[in-house]
Design a protein around this ligand. Structure first.
Ligand code: MSP
Length: 648
């Protein structure tokens, strides 16, 4: 019987770049909590997704020469994209929302209108600062050294007609919410919110933009698009069916919502989000948990620093479970954690290869060696067993307490205390000595049975963290379905007395630390060199053939007046009539250096106006961003190639 409903969410990720180990950390942690709740008998809804609107995405798409939707599709659905990463990492989400999904778009328009109709949204003029990478508005007083207080990057002046949400009206109820109960955890984040944001005075929030278009239009004023955070935060309710017909889970799951978010977005989740919900007349979530960041050498991971850790590299080399385990075992969930390759390898060796893997392989090997794989039913108990058995009986309660408080690392630690105790029990009981004398058979069987039980209970409790490895190991120790349940993890003795084991493959081979570190450094460097964008979703050969790409010769090329970037080309495309194309590559080429060159252009794109000139196609170039700098190389062919040849 279900213990009740439980709704848990990750933030929805920006598909502006490939995700890194920090994003993976957040999703894997939430996954382990969702799995734990399912295992322990709850009816769970686990939601993740992507946050696809906003100026940052619009800019990136423009740079890539594709539409924003094409751009996000590639990062979400393309090979090596977000969906692939979650599949690889064995993420058990029940639902995946994209903020470009139709039903979400419609719900957002209704949500916006509802807050407008109840008088909480009004029209005004926005004058302030905007941080494009963070998609955040700031007032002058919130800036640190004139820069974005979240990411430290420069902000831009912003002034435009805009709608505002009466956030100030909700300052008091939000403060009360933060101060009472356990809405926001860890507790340290509560003071941060109150002192940094509420006490200085909550200003009304600008909730629409007119200076770009990649967003959800306000349906009663379509020149405005809804502020991306209003769009994004609402995903938690639209994905349950709030103000749409797509789903019907709102009544069941909304009152039991738990948001797991990184520390820098706690502000949005614990101040703006409850205020929005209060405005909509909805209950607030049960909990917002702000976890720490994975950092490198104490600093943030970033593409421009070139220190982004790719989860694919680690998962391919060490296995998904080893990576999941490392992330959850090593770093206290509420605090920052310093990632290093050495720590990863040491954790795999100490905990997985030694404490867990070795215990499983020794115990199954001894059961095979001394009893042909099946224990006899005779037993001989001893006082020496009582501590281990007591731990087996009580570990689930201690683990549950930690997991319910989202202290995943401490939950895992409880299991490892049991595993360490079991390893010590082998040294104390010396089964290899017992095995020398036939009269000790019952005692030896008891010792091995107790060890198998310690392993069994540990594996059940580790299942939310390393699901596949636990399933394999439970097979090895002969645990059938009844011996894998949450109920059976609460009590010693579920395995049959005459249990049969099947020694299998080594679960976690021991790693040579120095060699692995050297290899990893090479790999991480190598992997960071090729363009890190995921490969696009497949196109058919017919779709590809619809792109008319041809060789073109540059007849003339000049800079466009008043434009820093644009060059205007007149090109021989083989048709006899010169073709005009504009290209934003002045930063990379002087116009005169290109005259006479043979290039490649796609000809059948719709005509675009750029600085008043028509551009009839696009020149093909290779583009890459490295260390925050963009590199671009036009595709220049050998001069012997004539103009007007099709590329196929
Ligand atoms: N789109 C917003 C969230 C909207 S939720 C309604 C966003 N997206 S994000 O892709 O930038 O970040 C998603 C999550 O990844 C955040 O919780 C963020 O804290 C987390 N992480 C990003 N880098 C991280 C680390 N280095 N370490 C741990 N978590 C990190 O914010």
């Amino acid at each position: 019987m279900s213990k009740g409903s439980f709704y848990i969410t990750t933030p929805i990720y920006y598909p502006s770049d490939k995700l890194h180990i920090g994003h993976t950390y957040c999703t894997v942690a939430t996954d382990s909590l969702a799995r734990y709740k399912r295992l322990s008998g709850y009816d769970v809804m686990f939601l993740t997704g992507t946050d696809e609107h906003g100026q940052k995405i619009e800019k990136k798409a423009q740079e890539a020469g594709v539409t924003p939707k094409e751009f996000v599709d590639r990062i979400v659905e393309g090979q090596g994209g977000i969906l692939d990463l979650w599949k690889l990492m064995n993420i058990s989400n029940d639902r995946f929302i994209r903020t470009t999904d139709d039903y979400h778009v419609k719900s957002i328009q209704r949500i916006f209108r509802k807050m407008y109709d109840n008088g909480d949204i009004y029209k005004g003029k926005y004058v302030g600062k905007y941080c494009t990478p963070c998609e955040s508005f700031w007032t002058e007083s919130q800036l640190i050294d004139g820069k974005c207080p979240d990411c430290g990057r420069p902000v831009e002046d912003a002034e435009e007609e805009a709608y505002f949400f009466k956030l100030s009206k909700y300052a008091k109820p939000v403060q009360e919410l933060l101060e009472t109960g356990t809405f926001l955890e860890p507790a340290s984040r509560v003071n941060e919110m109150i002192n940094n944001f509420i006490k200085p005075g909550l200003e009304d929030l600008c909730v629409s933009r007119t200076s770009f278009t990649w967003g959800i239009p306000v349906d009663f004023d379509p020149g405005h698009v809804v502020y991306v955070w209003v769009d994004a935060l609402s995903n938690y309710i639209t994905a349950l069916g709030y103000l749409n017909d797509k789903y019907d889970d709102f009544d069941n799951f909304w009152p039991v919502a738990h948001h797991i978010v990184g520390k820098e977005i706690v502000r949005f989740h614990s101040i703006i989000w409850p205020a929005m919900l209060m405005s909509l007349g909805l209950p607030v979530p049960q909990k917002v948990y702000g976890h720490g960041w994975l950092v490198i050498d104490g600093g943030k991971m970033s593409k421009s620093k070139g220190n982004v850790v790719d989860p694919y590299v680690l998962a391919e080399r060490f296995g998904v479970d080893a990576l999941r385990f490392f992330l959850l075992r090593t770093f206290p969930f509420g605090s920052d954690g310093n990632f290093s390759n050495e720590l990863l390898i040491n954790t795999i060796n100490t905990d997985l290869a030694n404490n867990l893997g070795n215990l499983v392989s020794r115990t199954t090997a001894m059961t095979e060696k001394y009893f042909g794989g099946t224990l006899p039913e005779d037993r001989e108990e001893s006082e020496a067993d009582s501590e281990l058995i007591e731990m087996i009986n009580s570990v689930r309660g201690r683990y549950e307490k930690q997991m319910d408080a989202f202290q995943i690392h401490l939950g895992i630690d409880e299991v490892f205390k049991l595993l360490q105790r079991a390893n010590k029990y082998i040294d104390e009981t010396t089964p290899w000595i017992l095995a020398r004398d036939e009269s000790n058979k019952a005692r030896l069987a008891t010792v091995l049975y107790n060890l198998l039980e310690a392993i069994r209970v540990s594996l059940i409790l580790l299942t939310p963290v390393i699901p596949d490895s636990c399933a394999k190991a439970l097979d090895q120790i002969g645990a059938d379905a009844d011996c894998r349940t949450w109920e059976s993890a609460g009590k010693f003795g579920a395995l049959p007395l005459n249990v049969s084991v099947r020694k299998g493959e080594t679960l976690f081979p021991r790693l040579d630390t120095e060699k692995e570190i050297a290899e990893l450094e090479k790999l991480q460097h190598k992997k960071s060199v090729p363009a890190s964008e995921p490969v696009l979703p497949d196109v058919t050969i017919d779709e590809f053939a619809r792109c008319d790409m041809r060789t073109v010769k540059v007849l003339s090329c000049e800079a466009v007046p008043k434009s820093e970037k644009l060059l205007k080309f007149s090109l021989d495309d083989g048709s006899g009539t010169p073709r005009q194309i504009l290209s934003g590559i002045h930063k990379f080429y002087e116009p005169e250096s290109l005259v006479g060159k043979t290039l490649v252009a796609i000809l059948n794109l719709p005509t675009r106006k750029m600085m008043g000139y028509d551009s009839n196609g696009m020149l093909i170039s290779a583009v890459k961003e490295e260390d925050g700098k963009e590199q671009l190389h036009l595709l220049i062919l050998d001069d012997t190639v004539p103009a007007g040849m099709r590329l196929c």
